[in-house]
Design a binder for this molecule. Structure first.
Ligand code: PLP
Length: 445
């Protein structure tokens, strides 16, 4: 092929062509092998080319792939809804299916606003979010996101929602204990609600573990418990954005389960169908559905592909695979091993300032000065260089770049398929070490 008519992420750059995948590996058309150290975009969580999923996909396609949700439900969709109700905590029993994480968070935003309207409180329509956050690329989702790099061209078009600081233990003020820091950050929500007025606030949205804008930043214990208390006190719904952290990625079914907190709404994407077909969901509580049922009875959201049987069958096969192979437990075990190997690298290599994570969602932050934690300027593109070098050497890692300009966002995420073995982690670490050492060498020259 000589000429491309496809708009690529970086215009003018040449990308290798994918040929096939198996387990944690991908192969391009030149025969080069890559370890999928980040499941693409923290997505391919059960590995590539799993037979059971391919079979479920084919079986559904032979019957019917698409039937519009305003005309029909289907066995696949109903079974998937029931499975998610089983998995999700508390009374989060109701799934609204969409096709991407952005659609899921934007649907959560809409349902939260509609809930208060149905209760006769239409002024409760603003969403509080956090500066270091990413909830999606559509305008509603971007309005709730703090990700500086992704927002900046569109700021005049975005809702001017209030935002608070997300806990970032590595860069917390000196001398403060983690316990106090957790409360300090959570209490910012109370301050923001009081400033805006609780009669204006519909919901608070947060990722249980900060992904694309921070690089697997884990909050201190106590943070989400306090957030839940504040939300209850001021009648603000809590939306847990589990698009990256859901479906076993962090060693629990959902990221928020680490703190035993039950949100009012939860969003899923990525690992929900593990990359086999586009699929995402907004899961909401009994109370929300009962309120809307008693009111208009109609949720004003949805897309053409919402709840299509084809994607539902695939997602169901993925969830069953996760259960059958105990991948949530494996994520916890293998994640602890991966993090320990990353910590060894950090002891050896001065460029690595911090390593962190839960389960197989791990992050690594690069710094100019390890003692002072001084970051590189974003323009130095250190994480990008590591990513490029790793790619060259056959390892894919995910960027967490530009989340908070000049403060956070020179990090990478390691999030391989939950099926990864100890030997495969050793292989991944070996390549990563070579890549980071090569970048460190270049920076010193
Ligand atoms: N929410 C979170 C936490 C994410 O990490 C992402 C994507 O990275 C999204 C939402 C948006 O998902 P999508 O890219 O599928 O629209």
């Amino acid at each position: 092929m000589t000429r491309s008519y496809v708009i690529k992420p970086e215009l003018g750059k040449t990308y290798p062509f994918i040929s096939r995948g198996k387990g944690i590996y991908l192969f391009d058309q030149e025969g080069k092998r890559y370890i999928d150290g980040c499941g693409g975009a923290v997505t391919a969580s059960i590995g590539h080319a799993v037979d059971e999923v391919a079979e479920a996909m084919y079986a559904q396609a032979k019957e019917v792939s698409f039937a519009y949700r305003s005309h029909f439900s289907s066995d696949a969709v109903e079974e998937l809804g029931a499975k998610l109700a089983e998995w999700a905590p508390g009374s989060l029993n109701w799934s609204f299916f969409v096709s991407s994480g952005s659609e899921a968070t934007e649907t959560a935003q809409k349902i939260a606003i509609q809930y208060w309207q149905e209760k006769g409180r239409p002024t409760k329509n603003r969403i509080i979010s956090r500066w270091m956050s990413y909830h999606g690329i559509t305008m509603g989702a971007l309005s709730m996101s703090g990700h500086v790099l992704r927002r900046k061209r569109f700021v005049p078009l975005l809702e001017d929602y209030p935002a608070i600081t997300g806990p970032y233990p590595y860069r917390r003020p000196e001398g403060i204990s983690l316990e106090d820091y957790a409360l300090q950050c959570a209490n910012e929500l109370e301050t923001a609600i009081k400033r805006v007025g609780s009669e204006q606030v519909a919901a608070f949205i947060a990722e249980p573990i900060i992904g694309a804008s921070g690089g697997a930043v884990v909050p201190p214990d106590g943070y989400f418990q306090r957030i839940r208390e504040i939300c209850d006190q001021y009648e603000v719904l809590f939306i847990a954005d589990e698009v990256m952290t859901g479906v076993g990625r962090t060693g629990k079914a959902f990221g928020i389960d680490h703190w035993g907190v039950v949100p009012d709404l939860m969003t899923l994407g990525k690992g929900m169908s593990a990359g086999y077909t586009p699929m995402a969901a907004t899961i909401v509580s009994d109370e929300i559905i009962e309120t809307i049922s008693k009111g208009s009875g109609l949720i004003m959201a949805g897309h053409t592909y919402s709840a299509n049987p084809q994607s539902a069958a695939v997602s169901l096969a993925v969830l069953k695979y996760v259960e059958k192979h105990q991948l949530i437990e494996k994520s916890a075990q293998q994640g602890a091993y991966l993090l320990s190997r990353m910590e060894q690298l950090a002891e050896e290599i001065p460029l690595i300032g911090d390593t962190r994570g839960l389960g197989l969602l791990c992050g690594m932050e690069f710094v100019k000065n390890k003692d002072t934690k001084e970051p590189f300027p974003l323009s130095a593109g250190v994480a990008s260089q590591v990513i490029a070098k790793a790619f060259e050497k056959g390892l894919l890692v995910y960027p967490a770049i530009g989340g908070l300009d000049g403060v956070a966002g020179d990090s990478i995420i390691l999030s391989p398929p939950l099926t990864i073995t100890t030997e495969e982690i050793d292989e991944l670490i070996h390549i990563l070490r070579d890549a980071i050492l090569a970048v460190q060498q270049e920076l010193q020259e």
